[in-house]
Design a protein around this ligand. Structure first.
Ligand code: NAD
Length: 484
């Protein structure tokens, strides 16, 4: 393989790579050049049926759910070791598929994935029940059992991390998985399937079906062989998936869209705060559900902060993801850049003032967009209220703490939020008032497999990471034994 080509991808079902029933393929594009670098099998509903049958067999009759937690832990830890050993190869694949700068892809995407397997390999040994003393002559205890076959549906922006945030806890608890990665970014899912097999995960425990959500999504969501739906993606598709889950009474985790506010108070350490603001909106080229695209700044700092951003943001290195100095790569696809262009045009139309950026960047045929800062928009502007999912920051002033919290909470989303202040009491007070699944104080994007994240309001429900995620892949059974 060269740096800009891939092996053609196949479906991974029952421990084997297979072409899929239709024989159709779809293109994989390098976002930094726009060039097609390979193709992947384009699955049909029949392939979903085959994958669920393989998963069902692995769960109902295979060794994985019957192993001790310690045995599963050894295998998951071996997976982490293999990820670390093959990190360079995985970085190349993920960077090629998503356009991620290699300098960030290693520590962020690849090593976090290894850490998730390490973390859940430890927790695999902690799945236990409780004894409950009761006032009748009986021994009562609870068992935590795996749910069964998990349908994992994942988005394009962090393919490795977000599939692992489902697969690692699901496997740790003894479940099996049918994974449908995003059509834009299927490569690392196929790589991980074979890596997990090499680590010792038995056949049928992890199955990967690449294809289009519009073609195979409903078959997976509706399948009677599925026991849980773990979905990460847009609020619109999540709402559709949750409605199917509701009708079929299937447990769900919904990790959906976001539009977080970063609140900078007048007492903030300004250098740190500006760092958090810039990181918050350019990280992963703004394709970050927990990004901070809405800056709320104390009115007395408003002009100063706009001046600093106008100077600093154009200096953020944008370019070839393979260049080690690059911080912002291309967007993951042409349609994602087109969407950002439409929102920036709308901002201009709505009277927004472009402080910096505001244009696409013509670089080697890739899908680049300049990091963009926009001031002067009303809070009810669509550009402020909706999820843009690109490197765009809107800036609004506030006059009081109460107003800052109200503005921060004024969108339909509630995934993340940030507070920049040196006043400790204010930090805790504002964190408590923000409607979000995670609040960062004096930085942005501090994440770890031990810290749960997830949404409120239209950002979804359920939590990934932490012991909370492990528990969400188990069910409790009570056993009461008469001692009479
Ligand atoms: P998307 O909703 O378009 O797609 C997500 C997944 O759903 C893809 O695999 C897609 O193929 C699949 N899908 C599409 N139609 C389907 C259907 N009818 N049935 C079943 N599956 C279907 O999202 P995207 O554009 O890939 O990702 C961006 C979105 O994801 C943003 O809104 C972002 O905020 C959100 N996101 C949320 C989190 C989180 O943790 N809350 C993390 C990352 C991304």
């Amino acid at each position: 393989m060269t740096d800009t080509s891939i092996d053609d991808g196949q479906l991974y079902i029952g421990g084997k790579f297979t072409q899929g029933s239709s024989g159709r393929r779809f293109d994989v594009t390098d976002p930094s050049t726009g060039a097609v670098v390979g193709t992947v099998a384009d699955a049909d509903p029949a392939d979903i049926n085959t994958a669920v049958a393989a998963a069902r067999l692995a769960f109902d009759e295979g060794p994985w759910p019957r192993m001790s937690g310690r045995e599963r832990a050894r295998i998951l830890h071996k997976a982490a070791d293999l990820i670390r050993a093959r990190a360079e190869e995985i970085v190349r694949l993920e960077s090629l598929d998503v356009g991620k700068p290699v300098s960030l892809c290693l520590p962020v995407d690849v090593l976090t994935t290894a850490e998730q397997y390490e973390y859940y390999s430890a927790l695999a040994q902690s799945v236990d029940g409780a004894t409950r003393p009761i006032p009748i002559n009986a021994h009562a205890y609870t068992r935590r059992e795996p749910l069964g076959v998990v349908a994992a549906i994942t988005p394009f922006n962090f393919p490795l991390i977000l599939s692992t945030s489902k697969i690692a806890p699901a496997l740790a608890a003894g479940n099996v998985v049918v994974h449908k990665p995003a059509e834009d970014t299927p490569l690392s899912a196929l790589f991980m399937a074979s890596l997990l097999s090499e680590a010792g995960v038995p056949d049928g425990v992890v199955n990967v079906v690449t294809g289009h959500g519009s073609v195979i999504g409903d078959t997976l969501l509706e399948h009677p062989g599925i026991d849980k739906i773990a979905f990460t993606g847009s609020t619109a598709v999540g709402r559709h998936a949750a409605s199917i889950a509701g009708r079929n009474l299937k447990p769900v985790t919904m990790e959906l869209g976001g539009n977080a506010a970063n609140v900078v108070f007048a007492d903030a350490d300004l250098d740190k705060a500006i760092g958090a603001v810039i990181k918050g909106f350019v990280f992963n080229t703004g394709q970050f559900c927990m990004g901070g695209p809405r800056l709320l700044v104390a009115r007395e700092l408003y002009d100063t902060v706009l001046g600093i951003l106008a100077q600093a943001v154009p200096g953020v290195p944008v370019g070839d993801p393979r260049d080690p100095v690059t911080v912002v790569g291309p967007m993951a696809g042409a349609r994602h850049r087109d969407k950002v262009e439409e929102y920036v045009a709308l901002a201009r139309h709505e009277g927004g003032r472009i402080i910096c950026g505001g244009e696409r960047l013509e670089l080697g045929g890739g899908f680049y967009y300049q990091p963009t800062v926009i001031a002067g928009l009303a809070n009810d502007s669509r550009v402020v209220q909706e999820e843009i999912f690109g490197p765009v920051l809107t800036v609004q002033p506030f006059d009081s703490e109460d107003e800052a919290v109200a503005l921060a909470n004024s969108t339909r989303y509630g995934l993340a939020a940030g507070v920049q202040t040196t006043d400790l009491a204010r930090a805790h007070r504002v964190a408590a008032g923000l409607q979000a699944g995670i609040v960062w104080v004096n930085d942005w994007a501090m994440l770890d497999p031990a810290i749960p994240f997830g949404g409120v309001k239209d950002s979804g429900f359920g939590r990934e990471y932490g012991p909370e995620a492990l528990q969400s892949y188990t069910k409790v059974k009570s056993v009461v034994v008469s001692l009479a």
